[in-house]
Design a protein around this ligand. Structure first.
Ligand SMILES: NC(=O)c1ccc[n+]([C@@H]2O[C@H](COP(=O)([O-])OP(=O)(O)OC[C@H]3O[C@@H](n4cnc5c(N)ncnc54)[C@H](O)[C@@H]3O)[C@@H](O)[C@H]2O)c1
Length: 446
């Protein structure tokens, strides 16, 4: 089948590569000419395990093309997938500028029946706006062409995106038309052969399902962080509590890890957007607001611990920082807790020696040659002469480090562990001062 995808970011490229790998002919359209030029040269602009090989194989087989030519894209695919960004606007609501620009573009060029599929995360009611934008563009041209609009939110996780797309837990199809259900069923057939995973529903429910999923996951994290802060004050160990509650199958172990806050391109903006949508409906989404507030506070926690440890005297100090990406196996630094920590440290006159296994280029793009930031060539180099070590991303290579080496490299043996990677009593025996999240020691933080 012929598929066009607008937006060649994390979602667009993974979707394109997986659909092409199943035998479809995919054209990826993006307005970023530099990104498209890189993709045409065979360079993949993001880090996602397995994506390079998949794009290479399918480009070479002629099943995957990249272009800035929107007219070519509209002419190509029966399916027109919208996978552009929906960043938060100034008031936190989802900015639909890019989504509606694509709808308008499709309306400008559409010549025969097309299925317009929204994969971007968009507020409830967006399908109506997509339709209105497309219809207005058609009216300007004074032509009538048939099309359908479908909501098909994406649930892939960065870092495991290919596996998520190839073997989805579910494929949500929001539609008001049985014809599109059948077409989408055909498109997703190769990924749902084991058993049918298509969940067909009305468009508004599909749009809300995506926000509901992310809001639920963010709630689990903020809930555990709240409990971690209480555990710290009670003198309890949240890691023991985590296992204690996770063993209850009604609760489960996944997504209840306490830490220094959630980041990334999805949870922060989606929780915000959903609570802003609620406000527009004069509904006070108290849980969502709390989830956001708890997370904002949690992203400051490591800094508070560092500030307290050094008696507020951070001027001239150097922190070694392990982990820049918002989670392991991605180079994405959008809303990453590392950014909040570094920015707080800089504001208080400290400098940072940072290392991340894959996000170094992204850090360079984000901060350039900023004073106060040294990008170290490896984890060990980040430690050299630093006053303390802070860990913000739970990369595998940080889980079992050479603690004697850490002690010998740091000016003082102190670790601020934002992901609870280490055993506090073991580190105490090694003579390392250890601060985790929600682990025993009573620290009056507020
Ligand atoms: N990243 C994720 O893990 C993830 C997972 C599920 C859903 N989503 C949702 O998917 C959407 C895309 O996310 P992303 O992380 O892939 O974004 P991204 O920022 O990585 O990529 C978006 C791309 O769209 C391009 N673009 C903007 N306007 C365009 C236009 N008019 N025509 C063509 N291309 C255009 C941009 O240049 C950019 O390359 C968002 O709504 C996001 O919430 C993301």
């Amino acid at each position: 089948m012929r598929v066009t995808i607008f937006g060649s970011g994390y979602v667009g490229l993974v979707t394109g590569a997986c659909l092409a790998d199943a035998g479809n002919h995919v054209v990826c359209v993006d307005v970023d000419a530099k990104k498209i030029a890189r993709l045409q040269r065979g360079e993949v602009p993001i880090h996602e395990p397995g994506l390079d090989g998949l794009i290479k194989r399918n480009s070479e087989a002629g099943r995957m093309e990249f272009t800035t030519d929107a007219a070519k894209g509209v002419a190509h695919g029966l399916f027109q997938l919208i996978a552009v960004g929906t960043p938060p606007g100034e008031d936190g609501s989802a900015d639909l500028t890019h989504v509606l620009a694509v709808a308008n573009t499709i309306g400008q060029h559409i010549g025969e029946y097309r299925v317009v599929v929204t994969k971007s995360t968009v507020p409830v009611g967006t399908a109506d706006k997509v339709r209105a934008s497309l219809t207005a563009a058609l009216a300007k041209r004074n032509v009538g062409v048939e099309y359908d609009v479908v909501s098909n939110p994406e649930f892939l996780k960065e870092g495991a995106a290919i596996a998520d797309f190839m073997k989805p837990d579910r494929v949500i199809i929001g539609t008001d038309n049985p014809r599109t259900t059948e077409l989408l069923r055909l498109l997703y057939e190769p990924f749902t052969r084991n058993h049918d995973r298509l969940l067909v529903m009305d468009i508004r429910s599909a749009e809300l399902t995506k926000y509901a999923a992310n809001a639920m996951l963010a709630t689990k994290i903020s809930f555990m962080n709240e409990l971690a802060n209480l555990a710290e004050r009670f003198g309890a160990d949240i890691e023991k509590v985590r296992v204690g509650i996770g063993s209850d199958p009604r609760i489960g172990y996944s997504f209840i890890y306490p830490g220094c806050g959630y980041g990334g391109s999805c949870f922060p903006k989606d929780v915000k957007a959903l609570s802003r949508s609620a406000r527009e409906l004069n509904y006070d989404a108290a849980i969502l607001e709390a989830v956001e507030n708890v997370n904002a506070r949690q992203k400051e926690l490591l800094f508070k611990k560092i500030h307290r440890h050094f008696d507020g005297k951070l001027g001239g100090r150097t922190l070694a920082l392990w982990g820049l990406a918002f989670k392991p196996n991605t180079d994405d630094m959008r809303e990453a807790p590392s950014r909040a920590l570094m920015e707080d440290l800089w504001e208080h006159g400290a400098t940072v020696q940072a290392y991340d296994p894959v996000a170094m280029d992204e850090a360079r793009r984000t901060y350039g040659d900023r004073k106060g930031l040294t990008l170290a060539k490896n984890a060990n180099a980040a430690l050299a002469g630093a006053d303390a070590l802070a860990i913000v991303t739970e990369w595998q290579e940080f889980r079992s480090p050479d603690f004697d080496n850490i002690k010998s490299q740091l000016k003082s043996p102190v670790i601020f562990d934002g992901r609870n990677l280490y055993d506090p009593s073991y580190l105490a025996r090694l003579g390392i001062t250890y601060y985790g999240i929600g682990r025993g020691k009573r620290l009056e933080l507020n």
